[in-house]
Design a binder for this molecule. Sequence first.
Ligand SMILES: CC(C)(COP(=O)(O)OP(=O)(O)OC[C@H]1O[C@@H](n2cnc3c(N)ncnc32)[C@H](O)[C@@H]1OP(=O)(O)O)[C@@H](O)C(=O)NCCC(=O)NCCS
Length: 225
Amino acid sequence: MQVFLETERLLLRQFTEDDLENLVDLDSDPDVMRFLTGGPPTPRAVLQNDYLPAYLRYYERHEGFGFWAAIEKATGEFLGWFHFRPPEGGPADEPELGYRLRKAAWGKGYGTEGSRALIRKGFTELGVRRVVASTYQDNIGSRRVMEKAGMTLVRSFRPTPADFASHFPYDDAPQKVWDGDEVEYALEKAEWERQGAAAREQLPGNENPAEREASRAPGRAIPPD
Ligand SMILES: CC(C)(COP(=O)(O)OP(=O)(O)OC[C@H]1O[C@@H](n2cnc3c(N)ncnc32)[C@H](O)[C@@H]1OP(=O)(O)O)[C@@H](O)C(=O)NCCC(=O)NCCS
């Protein structure tokens, strides 16, 4: 198993040819596909002949970026995937973050955990300058993951037919599904560093010394030891 990244509860590993059924199963759930295709599954043949081979080729061409299978450490279960890679024709130091998890894995913080770890690795090891991510305006779960990873809204835009064609080359259905906008979020390295410094200051024992003194001043309730 080619592990790319490990978090407290997740392993992100390279895909292999044996993952076809995992992908078919993931993309067969209408709830998972709701904000992607409106519900219809990705056809097996497309996963087998286009998507999975593209994921596998990517590891050879672009070290450090690509699609990563998310495995729950406690159970060894395939939970879905994250991608972290420059968009087609985009700058190499501005990867796009994305994720798709099985419904059984939702609401446990996995989306946030994997995203934060990829962003950290990007900024500290992969020479990334800026991370971007986009989703449909009503995909609140996805937007919350972006926000909890420190990203902020940059713009809303209406995808063009060419955008749909590049994301769903096998089907024109999504064009008929959406009447709202896509939202794009981003995080610059300098902002991520600033957020990290601010968060460290909140940790117990890292308070500003002046504040610590103030909290000991007479009249302030001091918690018992
Ligand atoms: C989007 C997705 C990855 C979120 O993963 P997740 O592991 O459930 O997210 P987390 O548990 O880290 O939750 C992050 C935050 O979003 C909130 N959230 C998650 N799903 C939500 C939903 N459907 N509605 C409202 N809030 C939601 C969580 O409550 C949490 O916020 P909080 O800590 O303030 O309570 C998952 O729902 C998914 O795979 N969806 C299908 C595929 C998809 O739409 N991918 C994105 C396409 S761009």
